[in-house]
Design a protein around this ligand. Sequence first.
Ligand code: 5AD
Ligand code: SF4
Length: 501
Amino acid sequence: MMDLLIPDKTHDESRQGEALMLKAETAKNNGRKLYIESYGCAMNFSDSEIVASILAESGFETTADYSVADVIFINTCSIRENAEQRVRNRLKEFTVAKVKNPGLVVGVLGCMAERLKSKFLEEEKLVDVVVGPDAYRDLPNLINQVDDGQKAVNVLLSREETYADISPVRLNSNGINAFVSIMRGCDNMCSFCVVPFTRGRERSRDPLSIVAECRDLFDRGYREVTLLGQNVDSYKWTSLQPSPKERALEGQIEAGVENDKSLRLGEVGGVNFANLLEMVALIDPDLRVRFSTSHPKDITDEVLYAINKYDNICNYIHLPVQSGNSRILDLMNRTYDREWYINRIDAIRRIIPDCAISTDVITGFCSETDEEHKDTVSMMDYVKYDFAYMFKYSERPGTLAAKRYADDIPEEVKQKRLTEIVAKQQEYSFYRMQARIGRVERVLIEGFSKKSDKDYCGRSDQNAMVIFPVGENYKPGQYVNVLIERSTTATLIGKVIPQTP
Ligand code: 5AD
Ligand code: SF4
């Protein structure tokens, strides 16, 4: 896999395999330790926070050291074959821990668990529990089954589960930005994609619980939320009748809800994504709102106008194109063609001046010719993306493409095409970065830069990483204006200038 210039944290290479830490409430402490690490997209990292929260409720403490754990969970990704291979290699490393501690429970969660189901138990003898993304509430019970000497599997997918009432514990967090899941699953059936099979049907989470979670984060000092879903533009909530659980949740934020003008927006005719963005934006002008992932077929002008209307909704859209060729897009079942995608890009440029755009591209999809590949290259020339995640096509068992089309592009050709677009993207990333030189960016300070504690880092509205010297008058969690002096392909470098009133 070649992920170029990770622009946001939706699939952050540096976080792959990250472990989570949390202390159990002392009253409930059962003396057992949980180790959980996550792979794949932001949704998985967000789910691990829900899992940690569920297990903390049953008395588990978390540890960052798997050799002292009583339960090891690995939250997995199936999107490409190499993602699965990585998990299998990691499981081998846990074998030693199991030999040392035969009572150790090893569980596989997430997309790979859902895809392989009980086959996982046959293939990997080490594994005791297999749990799909909609079955995490059952985890304490499944662990009990393993304690009783059985293996345990729950891979039931749900049409309703959104974990709306579970407040995720924020782990390994900088206390400034957080992911908030707004929907689960995907109904799109892109032919290359395993997600509809591993994460089930699309369902949206109650907007009241989303706003409550974001408000709570803001009150606790967070300054940026990223609203997460496989396809945020198809977010739809048609009933504002809170369930008893949601009422209980509202109870916790009672005063806020009653006086909250943002919540009135959605009272008539349901809530779509544009409405939801506004509801979250209205929590406070100092709360930045980001979102991922948008779908070209569903992103409406209404959403674009909402982004433009609120300064705190960031001018940054991740709009996966996958291919620039209409025949390939059709085979991919993306339900848009090249012209439609270009129309959406033009709409973004028209409605939101100065909006950064990033994308996902797949090279070497079934039957893709050199000419068709050139259409992807020319799309990159047209849009001049700020960032891109680029992948070689990897056939996934059970998908429509695996059933219908031959994976007939030789590995070297896939690689050659990938190398070509990676080089092209480098050029455009640098071009976009250079265009910011001499401008002033509003940056939310996230912490020290990776390289030096003499510098802070943070993101601009357009999601570019900005580095600037540490100063006495500002600290992480605050906004500063940074005059950009130079850039690399991935970073802007500058100095803080006084805020204009
Ligand atoms: N092969 C390669 N890339 C894939 N993606 C999804 N499925 C596959 C696959 N089978 C990429 C798409 C998607 C991103 C999350 O992963 O570009 O947008
Ligand atoms: Fe997969 Fe397509 Fe759904 Fe994205 S929109 S998760 S690529 S099926």
